[in-house]
Write a protein that binds this ligand. Structure first.
Ligand code: NAP
Length: 327
């Protein structure tokens, strides 16, 4: 296949490119050339902004497009309308954040979605990110009826993850010693970016249309089950000290980004328990978690010491928490 990827150079994009090339497809990237000024080997780059430069795609034909960087419905409408005559299939990378944070466990693709009163809103915030993605999905569905694929990933992890959310646990294990961890019974869901890419490509090859929740693993996983695997995969002497939700709250620990991936029990039961039966039925497969852990660690070792860490528990705060939990 001849694929167009709108975006393609940060995290999900490079995994899609690698999977596409490994599967014998050709890839053209359309982006501004800001995130990765060096051209990626083996792919064509058309430089441009999706807001103002879509004319640079005119006169070209692709079998399918994958849109990894759609956040604003007006801009997704522009690209979907511009491509609908020349591209056969549109994949939109959406998110599980299209569903309300607090909902029942085991929600599938038919669960209630977030809504936005102001459909002209274009500012992406924690509150508008999910409902804007809902409106973006609708633009793709309207322009590509019967040939649109809506991928709703949960937390995406693995090499090149810019958030340090999962990577924190890998590098923290590698450092060793006593380490503060969320409650052992907190459920967790995530998908390795390469498994997400493989699933997406296989669906596109099948010209599949429809919506898929894409996260993992296949069976319920808790922090208490994940962290020993991290320790073992890296041969570390880390000693995980699981703290309770109450302890973490009383000590002013921030959820999700400060103590990475920690969310209160009620939220975890709602947001880390999505139903992924449809994707598994359609071929979603998961590599062993130990492989994700080791590959993430190998990649993290290549980062400069001052690389940004949007999610991180500062060492000094961790030492205070360790003193409080044992005292
Ligand atoms: N990380 C997670 O855990 C998670 C979870 C659920 C869903 N998601 C979804 O996954 C996607 C994240 O993908 P990613 O950032 O890793 O994708 P990516 O394709 O690797 O990187 C984003 C790309 O978008 C391009 N871009 C940004 N603004 C652009 C513009 N105005 N015109 C043209 N290109 C533009 C960037 O290049 P330039 O800057 O050079 O233009 C870059 O190539 C998002 O849709 C997000 O909602 C992520």
């Amino acid at each position: 296949m001849n694929l167009l990827i709108i975006g393609g150079t940060t995290f999900v994009g490079p995994a899609l490119v690698a999977e596409a090339l490994a599967s014998g497809h050709q890839a053209t990237l359309f982006n501004r050339g800001l995130s990765s000024p060096e051209p990626l080997a083996g792919v064509e780059l058309i430089k441009g902004d999706r807001e103002t430069d879509l004319h640079r795609l005119a006169g070209r034909r692709w079998d399918a497009v994958i849109d990894t960087c759609g956040y604003i419905p007006r801009l997704v409408e522009l690209s979907a309308e511009a491509l609908k005559g020349t591209v056969g299939h549109y994949t939109f990378i959406s998110t599980l954040s299209v569903y309300p944070l607090n909902g029942a466990a085991n929600r599938d693709e038919s669960a209630k979605l977030l809504t936005l009163d102001d459909h002209s809103a274009e500012e992406v915030t924690d509150e508008t990110y999910g409902p804007l993605k809902v409106l973006c999905e609708a633009q793709v569905q309207a322009a590509f009826p019967g040939c649109n694929l809506i991928i709703r990933p949960g937390l995406i992890v693995g090499p090149r993850d810019p958030t340090n959310r999962f990577t924190y646990w890998v590098t923290r294990a590698a450092r060793g010693g006593p380490a503060i961890a969320p409650p052992a019974d907190q459920p967790l869901q995530f998908v390795d970016v390469r498994d997400l890419a493989a699933f997406t490509l296989r669906r596109i090859e099948q010209r599949a249309s429809g919506i898929y929740n894409v996260t993992g693993p296949a069976a319920r996983l808790t922090f208490g089950e994940l962290l020993p695997q991290v320790k073992q995969a890296l041969g570390s002497d880390v000693q995980w000290q699981h703290a309770s939700d109450d302890f973490l709250r009383e000590n002013d620990v921030g959820e999700f980004m400060e103590l990475p991936l920690w969310v209160s029990r009620a939220l975890a039961e709602s947001f880390m328990t999505f139903n992924i039966d449809k994707a598994i039925g359609a071929g979603l497969r998961f590599r062993p978690i130990a492989g994700t852990i080791r590959d993430t660690y190998e990649w993290a070792l290549t980062l400069p010491a001052d690389a940004p860490k949007p999610a991180d528990l500062p060492r000094e705060k961790e030492l205070n928490l360790l003193a409080a939990i044992s005292g």
